[in-house]
Design a protein around this ligand. Structure first.
Ligand code: DAT
Ligand code: MG
Length: 138
């Protein structure tokens, strides 16, 4: 199935100047970039994006971190995009991530883990639409 998935190069990725490194890995893995932008999330918008985690002990820290500086949402398309992207980035905690994955290579800890990836094809569509209008997807 041709799927869409949302990547976000998180504020730690931008602070470390790793945008190009991560984008290169995404492109080499065969993803088509439909849209890409840079913005700084407000706490409100970061909280809304991660609303599914509201009430979890890490939620406030997550919202604080995601609004701490610029990030880069990237809309991606590929066969099996959601699962393949999660394979590319690795487990949430870089300690558990497979060798060669983006999080294993670049992330400091579970909270600051370089990149977001959608967790289902349905959420891929919803999350792409959270950041991009259809005319921004080409
Ligand atoms: P993923 O980003 O791999 O889909 P998730 O959806 O479970 O992981 O959580 C969203 C983000 O929240 C995750 O990328 C980092 C943060 N997070 C999750 N669990 C955490 C924890 N136990 N401690 C600190 N941050 C956490
Ligand atoms: Mg998730």
């Amino acid at each position: 199935m041709l799927e869409r998935t949302l990547a976000i190069l998180k504020p730690d990725c931008v602070r470390k100047n790793l945008q190009g490194e991560v984008i290169a890995r995404i492109q080499k893995a065969g993803f088509k970039i439909l849209g890409m932008k840079q913005l700084r999330l407000t706490k409100e918008t970061a909280g809304a994006f991660y609303a599914v985690h509201k009430g979890r002990p890490f939620y406030d820290g997550l919202v604080e971190f995601m609004s701490s500086g610029p990030c880069m949402p990237v809309a991606l398309q590929k066969e099996n995009a959601v699962a393949d992207f999660r394979t590319l980035i690795g487990a949430t905690d870089p300690k558990d991530a497979a060798d060669g994955t983006v999080r294993k290579l670049f992330a400091d800890n579970k909270g600051e883990n370089i990149v977001h990836g959608s967790d289902s094809p349905e959420n891929g569509k919803i999350e792409v639409a959270f950041f991009f209008s259809e005319r921004e997807l080409v």
